[in-house]
Design a protein around this ligand. Structure first.
Ligand code: NAD
Ligand code: ZN
Length: 338
């Protein structure tokens, strides 16, 4: 079979290797599609070389079909369509308080252990979620990032009729916006990249640039001065942190989706003054995966438009180089069987 390996130094190789049989408790998946995540791009840039066991196959946003079932696995059969929830929480402890998805010793499959950018992939059976037979496997590769969005919206407590402001209209921001809209919110997206603003508009969103308009005035104007009930910080930059406390109304909830690797400045006075809440949100839980699967199966949201390119595994090096040269694209999928 063909597999890709990240070798460090912005280099991927495509190799031929033997297909390994699944071990006890494992399932072998014939991988259909793998989405390239921002984290994969960080890995490509060498920013996670200490964590990734180089040379390593990466990738965690995938869909596929069960090819073989290892010993001791029940409830799964060959031919079933599945996605992997790439969280290895086997070392969960009592002090994790049942929040397995963020347990202290969590291992992320596809970063800390081999990932999906290969033709066949063996994973522990407990990571699998089944898909309906008629599920489009291309769209199913969006289930992982869509689960992030489902988790963020669930933790925000967003209810119908509320106003949500999404700071950052990248792949995750757009998916958050879709889930929030589906939950009945009025959604406003703030994004600086003109191509991405256009894209957000074409998906039916109210999208503006905080460079061109005063975002706080804009949101005030759309809410009779109440401003946002929920703000999703999905941009990951200081200007977004500055505006999030301004654009949130009284008792607004701010969901921190973006990963800020270094300490940043936040106007804490606003938290006191308006009784704001800050909610951290990391990956997803089982129920978020099920929510994402329901949304993908129903296929009533513009998921198709999120996929801006599909490439064979053999083009992996080019795919990562292109992503670097084109910040406008959204989700690039690798077709693992092409
Ligand atoms: N919480 C989690 O578990 C989780 C999971 C996946 C991704 N993430 C994080 O979510 C964030 C978004 O991911 P992504 O893949 O969509 O990234 P991305 O970089 O593609 O998107 C960020 C967007 O923010 C825009 N932006 C930059 N400055 C802005 C500003 N001042 N105002 C408004 N928009 C601005 C950029 O143009 C870009 O489109 C990243 O920080 C990522 O690490 C978190
Ligand atoms: Zn991801």
């Amino acid at each position: 079979m063909k597999a890709t390996v990240y070798e460090g130094n912005k280099t991927f190789k495509v190799i031929d290797k033997e297909i390994e049989q699944p071990k006890t408790g494992e399932v072998q998946i014939k991988v259909a599609y793998v989405g390239v995540c921002g984290t994969d791009v960080h890995i490509y840039h060498g920013m996670m070389d200490k964590r990734v066991n180089i040379p390593e196959t990466i990738g965690h946003e995938m869909s596929g079909v069960i090819e073989a079932v290892g010993e001791g696995v029940s409830g799964f059969s060959v031919g079933e369509k599945v996605v992997v929830r790439p969280l290895d929480d086997r070392k969960v402890k009592a002090s994790d308080k049942g929040f397995n998805h963020i347990c202290e010793e969590l291992k992320f499959i596809g970063i800390d252990s081999p990932g999906a950018m290969q033709q066949y992939w063996n994973v522990p059976a407990f990571t699998l979620h089944k898909l309906k037979e008629n599920t489009d496997l291309k769209l199913a590769a969006l289930i992982e990032p869509l689960s992030v969005a489902a988790h963020d919206v669930r933790l925000s407590g967003l209810v119908k009729g509320e106003t949500a402001v999404v700071l950052g209209g990248g792949p995750i921001g757009l998916l958050v916006a879709m889930v929030a809209k589906e939950a009945g919110a009025q959604v406003i997206i703030s994004e600086v990249n003109p191509k991405r603003i256009e894209k957000a508009k074409s998906l039916g969103f109210d999208a503006v640039s905080p460079i061109d308009v005063d975002l706080v005035d804009y949101v005030s104007g759309k809410t009779e001065g109440r401003k946002a009930d929920v703000v999703f910080e999905v941009a990951g930059v200081q200007p977004a942190l500055d505006v999030m406390c301004e654009v949130a109304g009284i008792r607004g909830r701010i969901v921190m989706v973006a990963i800020h690797g270094v300490k940043k400045e936040v106007d804490l006075f606003k938290f006191f003054w308006k009784e704001l809440k800050l909610i951290g949100a990391r990956v997803y839980e089982k129920e978020d995966y099920e929510k994402a699967i329901t949304l993908i199966t129903a296929n009533e949201l513009p998921f198709e438009d999120m996929i801006t390119d599909v490439q064979p595994l053999s083009n992996i090096q080019q795919v990562f180089e292109n992503i670097d040269n084109n910040p406008d694209g959204l989700k690039v999928l690798m077709d693992c069987q092409a």
